[in-house]
Design a protein around this ligand. Sequence first.
Ligand SMILES: NC(=O)c1ccc[n+]([C@@H]2O[C@H](COP(=O)([O-])OP(=O)(O)OC[C@H]3O[C@@H](n4cnc5c(N)ncnc54)[C@H](OP(=O)(O)O)[C@@H]3O)[C@@H](O)[C@H]2O)c1
Length: 257
Amino acid sequence: MQNVFITGASTGIGLALARELARRGHRVALAARRTELLDAEVAALTAAGLTALSVTCDVADAAAVEAAVRRVEALWGPIDLAIANAGLGDPSPIAVMTLADAQHIMQVNFMGMLHLFAAVRPTMLARKSGHFVGVASLAGFRGLPMSGAYSASKAAMQAFLESARVELRDQGIAVTTVNPGFVKTPLTDRNTVSKPFMISAERAAVIVADGLERRKREVNFPEPTATAMRALRLLPNWLFDALVGAGAKQLMGPGKP
Ligand SMILES: NC(=O)c1ccc[n+]([C@@H]2O[C@H](COP(=O)([O-])OP(=O)(O)OC[C@H]3O[C@@H](n4cnc5c(N)ncnc54)[C@H](OP(=O)(O)O)[C@@H]3O)[C@@H](O)[C@H]2O)c1
């Protein structure tokens, strides 16, 4: 049994993963801003005989994340598995992107992950043990149209997690980058862009939990989208621009910027 701390656990992938890890016998601390959702889920998990607790925090606030981690550690002991999953980002053309929106995406997706990392790092280093996970995205493999700030935030996460993975290997700390393609959640429900090969959050949770048990370096899914994005990464810029640019025109539609 491990002590798990997962952010963005009030809905979507984080919620499904929290449930899956609790079902697999771990103690799971569910973190997000909406306390009422977290409390209702913790009550349901507890009623099912599983161990969970809710910790309200905004991942954009380093002190709040630190306090939430310390609270869980005080109750359960050190965090074994920390999962930075909280994230956001709706499709938005770069022509109308505001700096405030871009800043918010980076603050939650990238800095939110670093805040969790900073909070669990001392104990993991002291114990020479632990597993740190970031939920990035296949959208971080290349700069995708309508996703400038989102793709950038996920690419930043991927680069940081890769550095951490290599540096921390000898310290007994595993690092995993999770890169989902389309998963049906409130985030994807909000927009009408086409979502090829979309899977349920429950299926995503099983794939991620299996990958974490194997301490995989990367968990990329669903397979067809992961393969396509790996191929896109290898394309020369002129071909990438031609292929993806055509798709972008369709996404933005006539008359849109
Ligand atoms: N769904 C997909 O197709 C897909 C694909 C690739 C990557 N991802 C990534 O997967 C992760 C989960 O996304 P999802 O699809 O499950 O979206 P979601 O259902 O909208 O869930 C997002 C979660 O993040 C939390 N959150 C947002 N801002 C927060 C903040 N400032 N502080 C703390 N928690 C915050 C939300 O909780 P509160 O609002 O209660 O705080 C919620 O629990 C994200 O990092 C997303 O980028 C998703």
